[in-house]
Design a protein around this ligand. Structure first.
Ligand SMILES: N[C@@H](CCC(=O)N[C@@H](CS)C(=O)NCC(=O)O)C(=O)O
Length: 215
């Protein structure tokens, strides 16, 4: 089976990189430079009209959306236990990843590019402050879910990788409030220590260095 991951540094394509690595899968990574808007190029848009990462291509068939991609990885590599085995808990895991994608990620996107949601000159600070309030409200749910727990379920699963990415992105945006979330921060450090996450962070650095050299 040929697996290709379209990936961009810093972006949420970190999540399937971690899942594939945890699964011991062989996969090829094709880096996309979001800083130069490579995702908007005719070549990439021909592959993925949504012009987003991640995208997984399996034997020539493409799959987009983190929730679907990570569900595919978990089902294709069952020995890695990337989702709970119990069908109800598996759906709870899918629900958590959908929430990361639709209940948390949009607040981070507003931080990244406030002008996308409000073009009024000088509105950036207000957009970011509303985004932070929405983000903190969303994260308070995870703070409660993670109380007294190492992971969202009884072992590491893909939703842990997805939530790790959300927390990392928030910290890279220097949203200081997230540091107050003790359970989320402990989860962040726990997931960060995993070899799969250390591997993607090292890979990310090498891709960023390569982009800088090419610029
Ligand atoms: N719902 C998608 C979100 C994907 C997404 O927004 N990816 C961002 C990077 S984190 C992206 O590719 N942005 C480029 C663009 O919007 O053109 C998922 O969960 O996979």
């Amino acid at each position: 089976m040929q697996i290709i991951l379209y990936y961009a540094p810093i972006a949420c394509s970190l999540v399937p990189y971690v899942s594939l690595t945890e699964a011991g899968a062989e996969f090829e990574v094709r880096p996309i430079n979001l800083k130069t808007s490579q995702q908007m190029s005719p070549e990439y848009r021909a592959l993925n009209p949504k012009h987003k990462v991640p995208m997984l291509v399996v034997d020539g068939q493409s799959l987009t959306e983190n929730t679907a991609i990570n569900t595919w990885i978990a089902r294709t590599f069952p020995k890695a236990n990337l989702m709970p085995k119990d069908p109800w808990l598996e759906l709870q895991a899918i629900s958590l990843m959908s929430w990361c994608a639709s209940g948390v990620h949009p607040f981070l996107t507003r931080h990244n590019n406030p002008a996308k949601v409000c073009e009024v000159p000088g509105a950036e600070a207000s957009v970011r402050s509303h985004a932070t309030a929405g983000l903190m409200d969303a994260l308070s749910y995870a703070e409660k879910r993670l109380a007294g727990r190492e992971f969202f379920f009884d072992h590491f699963t893909s939703p842990d990788a997805h939530f790790f990415w959300c927390m990392r992105r928030a910290q890279l945006f220097e949203i200081e409030e997230v540091a107050e979330l003790k359970n989320c921060m402990a989860h962040f450090e726990r997931v960060k220590a995993r070899p799969s996450v250390q591997k993607v962070l090292a890979f990310e650095k090498s891709v960023l260095d390569g982009f800088a050299k090419a610029a």
